[in-house]
Structure formats: C-alpha cells, structure tokens
Design a protein. Structure first.
Length: 263
C-alpha cells in the first residue's frame, strides 16, 4: 500500500500534526499564517491564505494530496479537485473531533501508531485538567473571536474553557458557523463575565477597547481589570496546539482570576 509523499497543507494545524508525527518530510507547501513549529514557514513555501490559495503554484508543486479545513475552504477544494488533484477537507469542531482527525491523518500517512500515542497523550492531559478543576469554583468567561461583529468562541474553545475551570457564558452559542456565534453588547453585559478573553483572528486585540464599550463599566471583568489577550495560533486552530499549550495557558488564566476573586 502506498501513502501520500507530497502534501500541501492549506491550514496550520495539519503542519503541526505532521511535525509531531515526525513526518515533516511529506510537506511541500503551507499556509502563510503557519506559526507552529517556528521553522515551518522558513522550511516550506507559503502558497495559501485561509480563504485564498495560489492555485497555479499548487498545481506546479504537483502534490499527491492537499489537506484543508472547514466549509470556508470549499471553493479552493472545488477548484483543485476540478484540476485533478486529491483533496482532503476535514470539519472538526470539538476537542474529540480534533483528536479523531489527528488519528485519521496518522492512518492516512501510514503512521497510525505514532498518531495513537499522540492522541493518548493529549487525551490524558485533557482529563488531567478536567479532574483538577472538577467541583472547584468556576469563573464566567466571555471569549471573543472577533469584534465587529462580536463573535464568541467556537465549540473546541468552549470545551477547553470548561475543562480548565471556566464557564463559557455563550456555551449555548458555541456552534459550527461563525454567523451563529454572533452576540450583542447587551447579552455580554447581562451575562456579566468575570473575565474577558480577546482572541481576534488575524489582528491584535485592542484590550483598552472593551472598557470603552457603552455599558461595559458594569461588567465584573472590566471592574476588576480581567481583560486578557491570548494567541490565535494556539486557540483558533483545531489541532495539537490546543493540547500542547492551550490547556495549560487557559488553566493559568482562569486560575489567576479565581485567586483574585478569592482575595
């Protein structure tokens, strides 16, 4: 049985997964936004943004597999398929689906054993934090992915918050599509989070902007100065980064808030 030997990764999480599986040799092209691991951008040609790709450059690289993520890349996938390429697009949204995708990719490239070991490690780490925070006081969290319009967090971030001792105030809206996660200022004010976490995809968070929003002076997070920025490269990609660094960072953020509230 033969496996792919020349893979183009249209998004970041597949790159990190292939590196962790010891198979960076398979990568012949990456997203220009790739940050993990740091050497990936210098080592591989950048041929894609998230919603646009250099189709001709991809064709010229002659990959035997192109891997993308989500319905947002459906037009890129359609064009590449129309040009005769093999394209795999996954749509993982939960932490479990992310673990399943890692295992699926490992099987796809002939590295099921390594992938299973990695998934077992990540699953154990996730359970460690769930146990660590079980029956402990929880803080109310507003996690903002975008500011105009205001978009709250996707399912995997909501689950990460819950695992690390927080309560996502918009858990009921942690849906697959961004349009279904749009929230209002009035909702945020009414739900009164203890901490606001900004994580704007593609641009730096303006932390001072939150306190300037009308009515936000009533929110506990603003009163107590619990407004924090976290990295999109860790929290907004559905891959290993969530387990490698996301769990520990989210736990630290939330526990620092808990300690402050207890004082």
């Amino acid at each position: 049985m033969s496996f792919p030997s020349k893979i183009i990764c249209l998004t970041e999480e597949t790159v990190e997964t292939l590196y962790l599986l010891g198979r960076s040799d398979l990568i012949i092209g990456v997203s220009q936004f790739v940050e993990r691991p740091p050497e990936a951008k210098a080592k591989h040609p950048a041929i894609s943004q998230f919603v646009r790709s250099d189709i001709e450059e991809i064709i010229n690289l002659n990959p035997d597999l192109v891997i993308g993520f989500s319905d947002i890349q459906k037009d890129i996938a359609k064009e590449l398929i129309g040009r005769g390429l093999n394209v795999l697009v996954t749509n993982q949204r939960s932490l479990q689906e992310i673990l399943d995708q890692i295992l699926f990719l490992g099987r796809f490239i002939g590295e099921e054993g390594k992938a299973q070991k990695l998934v077992d490690e990540f699953s154990a780490k996730l359970e460690y934090y769930r146990e660590k925070t079980r029956n402990k006081p929880r803080v109310k969290v507003y996690f903002e992915e975008w500011d105009k319009p205001q978009i709250s967090c996707i399912q995997w971030v909501s689950e990460l918050i819950e695992a690390c001792g927080g309560e996502n105030i918009f858990r009921r809206k942690s849906c697959r599509l961004a349009a279904d996660r749009i929230v209002s200022h009035e909702e945020v004010i009414d739900l009164n989070p203890d901490v606001i976490i900004g994580c704007w995809c593609g641009k730096q968070v303006k932390l001072e902007s939150f306190s300037k929003r009308p009515g936000y002076e009533l929110i506990n997070a603003i009163k107590d100065n619990h407004v924090i920025e976290v990295s999109p490269a860790i929290f907004l990609q559905p891959g290993p980064a969530l387990f490698v660094d996301g769990l520990s960072q989210m736990y630290e953020v939330l526990q620092n808030v808990v300690q402050t509230l207890d004082e």
